[in-house]
Design a protein around this ligand. Structure first.
Ligand code: NAP
Ligand code: ZN
Length: 353
């Protein structure tokens, strides 16, 4: 079996270290991809540190990484969309049952049998769990590999595979459009993509942040107003004014003030996944028939649609490119909301170990 260099965590507190892993030989429907760039999602940090132990415990060794862009190096005999040499991308999923309603609708992330995620999902080939993109190569079914539009910088495109689709999908599902007022909570990897998409879809966008030093960037990205949430006076003028708010916050926080900012029938969508459940005030929901919802990544059809949308609109992520040897420093900065606005690993650096 092919061997690949990788970085893995061996316990919640080990940090990430150089390792080698096995990849399978490509089957008929598989593509093998040499990974050029991999984004660092806050989910990688949650999972490597076992912060979701009650819901998605981590199997160690854990190789995170699900924002993958690379070059196709081998294809199986049944592969038709991709060929050797293509720039291709892999996101958060690498398998699903293929038969249920969600899979038939190419919304595989909601597979009734549970999608196979790119890392930490049970897997027998080679197993015991899937290993992600902090590695030299990956082998996936063609269905879960995407074409990256020409003209998009491959490093800046990598975060589209999670931060991009996770913010694009709910905006499409809830029909964000021109004439609407949209809030984005948190200016991190997901949040900055959320601002870009809401602006590109024509909405008026307000960014909610705990970091006053991000105000100028949020405006540059297209937000018309920025609210520093530590100051309640800045929240008040926006009461009852939003059609849609996307909450991307990775840590415990009070979501009830955001419900108060929604219009009648407005929707607050949670995409952030804090370690602990968040309390909700019934009053904030019933006064105004407001809705609170969640959204998980996106399916394959919508992911390719999102990439093509980015190709047409020239949208990529704002990134800090790092060698993999700086991964633990990057995790520490990410845990302090100190990244502008996505770390991406230059995988060529793996050769320096
Ligand atoms: P990130 O880059 O670290 O951004 C999170 C942002 O949340 C921070 O930049 C910060 O923004 C804000 N924040 C952090 N701590 C806060 C606190 N205590 N109170 C209020 N705001 C706080 O993380 P990310 O990669 O965008 O991921 C965000 C969350 O989404 C994570 O929990 C991740 O696991 C989850 N996620 C979910 C999906 C899905 O499918 N639903 C997919 C990917 C990721 P400011 O500095 O602007 O306040
Ligand atoms: Zn992610």
């Amino acid at each position: 079996m092919p061997i690949a260099k990788a970085y893995s965590a061996t316990s919640p507190t080990s940090g990430l270290h150089a390792a080698t892993i096995e990849r399978r030989e490509p089957n008929a429907n598989d593509v093998e991809i040499e990974i050029l760039y991999c984004g660092i999602c806050h989910s990688d940090l949650h999972q490597a540190r076992d912060e979701w132990k009650d819901f998605m415990p981590t199997t160690y060794p854990c190789v995170p990484g699900h924002e993958i862009v690379g070059r196709v190096t081998r294809v199986g005999t049944a592969v038709s969309r991709l060929k050797v040499g293509d720039i291709a991308a892999v996101g958060c999923m690498v398998g699903s049952c293929g038969d249920c309603d969600a899979c038939k609708a190419e919304d595989e992330v909601y597979c009734s049998k549970g999608a196979t995620f790119t890392y930490n999902s049970p897997e027998s080939d080679p197993g015991p769990v899937t290993l992600g993109g902090y590695s030299q190569s990956i082998v996936v079914q063609e269905r879960f590999a995407f074409q990256v539009p020409e003209g998009l910088d491959p490093a800046g495109a990598a975060p589209l595979l999670c931060a991009g689709i996770t913010t694009y999908s709910p905006m499409r599902h809830w029909g964000v459009k021109k004439g609407q007022k949209v809030g984005v909570v948190g200016l991190g990897g997901l949040g900055h993509m959320g601002v870009k998409f809401a602006v590109a879809l024509g909405a008026e966008v307000v960014l909610f942040t705990t970091s006053p030093n991000k105000i100028e960037d949020a405006k540059r990205l297209g937000a018309s107003h920025v609210v520093v949430t530590k100051d309640p006076d800045q929240m008040k003028p926006h009461a009852w004014s939003f059609d849609f708010i996307l909450d991307t916050v990775s840590a415990e926080h009070d979501i009830n003030p955001y419900l108060g900012l929604l219009k009648r029938n407005g929707t607050l969508v949670l995409v952030g996944v804090p370690e602990k459940p968040l309390p909700v005030s019934s009053f904030q929901l019933i006064l105004g028939r407001k809705q609170i919802a969640g959204s998980l990544i996106g399916g394959t059809a919508e992911t390719q649609e999102m990439l093509d949308f980015c190709g047409r609109h020239g949208i990529t992520s704002d990134i800090e490119l790092i060698p993999i040897q700086k991964i633990n420093e990057a995790f520490d900065r990410l845990s302090k909301s100190d990244v502008k606005y996505r770390f991406v690993i230059d995988m060529a650096s793996l050769n320096q170990d």
